[in-house]
Write a new protein. Structure first.
Length: 340
């Protein structure tokens, strides 16, 4: 790209600022904080085999999952950077049991939810991982920051996005005015606009889910998998199966190429695995802004009223026509179960 055409994230945000009546530069400060943390995580990821950041931290998070060293490092980096932004009163994280209240920031109006390191199981094997964030404003009627402010529907997100530490490092985000992607230019350490106005194709040829759990899926999900694998020239089936095990990496590929990602309810985990506040809401906001759909199988992800910080939800997300098809097969399943 000719130098004169390069648009840095900072420049892009300043240009956009005029569109938000209420923004007053606060969002740009939060983005600067997220960007700084992501650059530090990126630095550690890039030399992970050399620095002492691989392997287990020897602790578990609130969900009982083993914490990797990089989970803990990334969590600390995002929290300390956001806390220093001066704009955030509360931070909630997949890695923390409780809300992190920022000292002396009770009057600030922003809340940030983070999955500081997504795809932990891929850290040690050098596959793509990422960081996810959602930004909310406090509810106006609360006197001081509290849990109720954090338990807002996803449709109230002010901004959301992710950093992906892949073959290149990217930021993909939305503020409700479409989705844009920025690639980190290592030589100048700046995120530069590389994927303006991302739209997901309405149809795709990729399905992504952990088929190892097939025995645990409902009949509707099994039927949809069979549909994906069935030969049909007109609809380009069979689709290709692609599943890395990092939501961000699977999501990012499907966003650019078209596809569906599913993490359904299973018999042993009726709410699925993925977390509403740290993972699904951000992805749902992005996919809708890119022209796709996100559902729990029972309704729109962005309409779910959270009742607890670490709540999980099943997720069907991706190209509009593919998600609609999957949901129609679930409904058939439910209808026939009701009839039985
Ligand atoms: P995290 O690393 O933040 O705990 O998230 C892992 C998630 C998600 O990234 C991925 O899609 C999913 O776990 C994979 O789960 P399975 O290993 O059960 O397929
Ligand atoms: Mn995750
Ligand atoms: Mn995580």
């Amino acid at each position: 790209m000719p130098y004169s055409k390069v648009i840095t994230l900072e420049q892009y945000i300043v240009d956009q600022q005029s569109m938000y009546k209420d923004a007053q530069g606060s969002l740009s400060k939060i983005f600067r904080a997220l960007e700084l943390a992501a650059k530090m995580v990126n630095r550690d990821v890039r030399k992970a085999g050399l620095a002492d950041v691989l392997g287990s931290h020897g602790t578990s998070n609130i969900q009982g999952e083993e914490q990797k060293k990089l989970d803990v490092i990334a969590n600390n980096m995002f929290i300390s950077s956001l806390a220093r932004s001066g704009e955030v009163c509360m931070i909630i994280s997949e890695e923390n049991e409780d809300i992190f209240f920022v000292d002396g920031a009770d009057s600030e109006k922003y809340i940030v939810a983070i999955d500081p390191l997504d795809g932990s199981s891929n850290i040690d094997v050098n596959a793509s991982i990422g960081s996810i964030f959602s930004i909310y404003q406090r509810k106006k009627n609360q006197l001081s920051p509290c849990l109720v402010d954090c338990l807002q529907k996803g449709k109230h997100q002010v901004a959301a996005g992710y950093f992906i530490y892949g073959s290149s490092t990217m930021l993909v985000y939305t503020t409700g005015l479409g989705v844009n992607g920025f690639t980190l230019d290592d030589s100048i350490q700046e995120f530069c606009l590389s994927h303006p106005t991302i739209q997901i194709p309405a149809d795709g040829k990729i399905f992504s889910l952990n088929e190892g759990n097939q025995d645990e899926f409902s009949q509707g999900v099994k039927d949809y998998i069979d549909f994906c694998k069935a030969k049909d020239k007109e609809s380009s089936r069979p689709y290709s199966a692609r599943y890395i095990g990092s939501l961000i990496a699977d999501f990012h590929r499907n966003l650019l190429k078209g596809g569906i990602f599913i993490y359904p309810a299973t018999f042993s985990a009726p709410n699925g695995k993925l977390r509403l506040l740290y993972e699904c809401n951000a992805m749902a906001f992005l996919i809708e802004q890119a022209g796709g759909l996100a559902s729990s199988g029972e309704g729109r992800i962005l309409d779910i009223i959270p009742t607890e910080l670490h709540q999980r939800t099943p997720l069907f997300i991706g190209s509009k026509n593919m998600v609609e098809k999957a949901l129609s097969m679930l409904n058939t399943d439910q209808a026939s179960e009701t009839l039985a």
